[in-house]
Structure formats: structure tokens, C-alpha cells
Ligand binder design. Structure first.
Ligand code: G3I
Length: 331
């Protein structure tokens, strides 16, 4: 099915990307890293930036008031340092990652506890983490996109919580770059308008925000459009960076292996996405949400869908890998 024999991995993505001064990264499944030497080898060979898929989220780290479990986060930081990779921090506040114990804490204590937590984790990785996704997915979907008022963080910290989180992160590390991260905000539309409106307001208030993460969880057949260009240009026009933070391009499989046509279509999407980043102003990183189809969130969360990443389940490069490589080579 996959004609991987013609795919040259002698110049890994990280080498090609370094020539373009673009960090190229992926998220890391800590269980795979610990248990699968091939996973670790491909990761170290191909990428020069890593982000934890789950290990840096509050529910993984924040065990109680002033009680933190940094064992997994330290493991990833050590791996990154050993392989000369930079580390992205994901994420400080996300409505889907609220430690259970915090839900029963007295509401009046929550702002103080959150500030302490942000200071603890950002401070601990000061000088190590180069970019933090400070707030993740604060906005709702659909035509009336606006703040998720049902979010635990909104309800306990107040409508101003995004500003507070950026301010607290900046207090803990004045040099780290701070991002707002969201999905389905790559195009022009209600969601991306809401993201743009939010970051524009933060900028105008003098909040220390440096960039926008565009997750790019895409569907096979996606191609870059003028809308995508307009969207990233308006972000860059605010003086903000932007990064592709969670790229994957899923396809409908219904239990079958991907067809040759499907993987070729996917390759064109990956190529477009990388070229968008290389040709438009302000893109400072390109990150995929995993790299092998053997370790991807898609099959578990989107039934019947999968094969979303540049390596197949046996860690063989797919046409998508070649497309990324070609885009980086400029050919
Ligand atoms: O660790 C437990 C394991 O002990 C247990 O046996 C297993 C059974 O379900 O669950 C395991 O935890 C799961 C974890 O992934 C590790 O696989 C959680 O249930 C599951 O909720 C968790 O899902 C993650 C999800 O975020 C929620 O945190 C996905 O891996 C991760 O890819 C996904 O990532 C998000 C980004 O952070 C934000 N943007 C969207 C993206 C995709 O949803």
C-alpha cells in the first residue's frame, strides 16, 4: 500500500527545518516513549521540538494545594535536553483539564491557588520551556463563538481569566513566549474571528501575549486557501507569532487500511500546511499531534477515522512525510 521505499529519511525533518530556521515538533505520548525504543528513536531523529500530549496538563501534574508531580514532565524535559530539542508547554488552563480535588476547593481560594500553580510550573521550567500554551480552547464553536462561560476557569476566576493567566505566567518567567491555542481557527469564520478578537483585545490591554496556536486538526482533502493566508496575516499584523500546534489530517477508514489515493491526498494537505508556515509572516513553529499512526488520539476519539500522521503504524514514512520534507527543501 505505502510506497515508502522511495522516501528518503537520510535528511531528517529537523535538519531540513533547521536550514529554514523553523522548529519542527510533535507531541509525545509518555507511555510510548518509555516502552517503545523505535518510537523514541524516530522522535529523536526527526524532531527538534517536543510537547507533551498529556503530561504537562494540570490534571497530570497538580495533585493538591502546593503539591505537584513533576516526574513525567521532568522525563520529557530530560529527553528534550539529551536530544537538543526545545520544549513547548501545553497547557496551563484548559476546561477539559481540571484536577478533581480543585473542583471541591472553596471558590474564594481558587484564584490564589491557580496563581500559585502557574508560578510553580512555569517557574520550574523557566529557561527550559520556550513557549507556553497559556490558555487552551477558551472559545465556543459555531456562529456565535464567544467565551465558554461553562468552563470551570471562567466560573471560578471570572470573565477576565485569560488576562489573569497570561499575567501570572509572565510573572513567573518574563522571557517565555506566551500563546493562546485553539482549534478550527485556521480559516476565516466565526471561530477565528473570535480568536482574533480575543488576542487583539489582550494586545491592546498590554497583556503579555506573544502568539496564537492554530491546532490544525484537519480532515483529509483539506488544502490551504486564501482564507488561511488572510487569517494568519491578520494575526501577524498584530505583531503576534503564530504556530501550527497540533497538526493531523484524519481520514475515514471504517476498519480498512488507507488507500493509495487517500495517502496522496493527505500528503498534499501536509505540504500545503507546511508551505503556509514557510511562506507567510509570523510562523515560528510547526508541530504535529503525534507522528506515527500507532500513537494517535484520532481512532479513540473519532470512530472509524485514523491514519492521520506522517508515519504509519510500523513507523514507516508515508507520502505525507515526503511532502513535509519536500516543502522544507523548497522543491
Ligand atoms: O492514562 C489513562 C489510562 O491509565 C487509562 O487506561 C486509559 C483508558 O481510557 O485512559 C488514559 O488516559 C487517557 C489519555 O488521553 C491517555 O491516553 C484519557 O482517558 C484521555 O482523555 C486522554 O485524551 C487526551 C485528550 O487530549 C484529553 O486530555 C488525548 O490523548 C490528547 O491527544 C488530547 O489532546 C488534545 C489537546 O490537549 C488540545 N487540543 C485537542 C487535542 C485532541 O483532543
Amino acid at each position: 500500500m505505502l510506497n515508502s521505499s522511495r522516501i528518503d529519511v537520510s535528511a531528517p525533518l529537523r535538519e531540513l527545518a533547521a536550514l529554514r530556521r523553523l522548529p519542527v515538533g510533535t507531541c509525545v505520548d509518555m507511555a510510548a516513549l518509555a516502552g517503545d525504543p523505535e518510537y523514541a528513536a524516530v522522535l529523536a531523529r526527526e524532531f527538534d521540538m517536543v510537547v507533551a500530549e498529556n503530561a504537562f496538563k494540570p490534571h497530570s501534574v497538580w495533585m493538591g494545594p502546593r503539591e505537584y508531580d513533576f516526574s513525567q514532565t521532568n522525563r520529557l524535559a530530560e529527553f528534550a535536553s539529551r536530544h537538543h530539542m526545545t520544549l513547548r508547554g501545553h497547557t496551563l488552563l484548559w476546561h477539559q483539564s481540571v484536577p478533581k480535588w480543585l473542583r471541591t476547593a472553596p471558590v474564594a481560594q481558587i484564584p490564589g491557588l491557580v496563581r500559585e500553580y502557574i508560578h510553580a510550573i512555569v517557574g520550574r521550567y523557566r529557561g527550559v520551556i520556550t513557549v507556553w500554551d497559556v490558555v487552551n480552547e477558551a472559545l465556543t464553536d459555531g456562529e456565535a463563538s464567544g467565551m465558554r462561560t461553562e468552563s470551570f476557569w471562567y466560573k471560578t476566576l471570572g470573565p477576565d481569566y485569560v488576562r489573569l493567566a497570561f499575567t501570572w505566567a509572565h510573572e513567573a518567567d518574563p522571557d517565555v513566549r506566551l500563546f493562546y491555542n485553539d482549534y478550527e481557527a485556521e480559516d476565516m469564520g466565526a471561530k477565528s474571528n473570535a480568536v482574533f478578537g480575543l488576542v487583539k483585545e489582550l494586545k491592546s490591554l498590554g497583556v503579555p501575549i506573544h502568539g496564537v496556536g492554530l491546532q490544525a486538526h484537519l480532515i483529509n482533502g483539506w488544502r490551504a486557501s486564501e482564507d488561511n493566508r488572510t487569517n494568519v496575516r491578520r494575526i501577524a499584523g498584530l505583531g503576534l507569532e503564530w504556530q501550527v500546534t497540533e497538526a493531523d489530517i484524519r481520514m475515514q477508514l471504517e476498519g480498512n487500511p488507507p488507500s493509495d489515493e487517500q495517502v496522496e491526498v493527505q500528503a498534499a494537505g501536509y505540504r500545503d500546511l507546511m508551505e503556509l508556515c514557510l511562506t507567510e509572516p509570523g510562523c515560528t513553529g510547526f508541530v504535529t499531534w503525534g507522528f506515527s499512526d500507532a500513537h494517535s488520539w484520532i481512532p479513540g476519539f473519532r470512530k472509524g477515522w485514523g491514519a492521520a500522521l506522517p508515519f504509519d503504524i510500523h513507523f514507516r514514512p508515508k507520502p505525507a512525510y515526503l511532502a513535509l520534507s519536500d516543502a522544507l527543501r523548497g522543491c
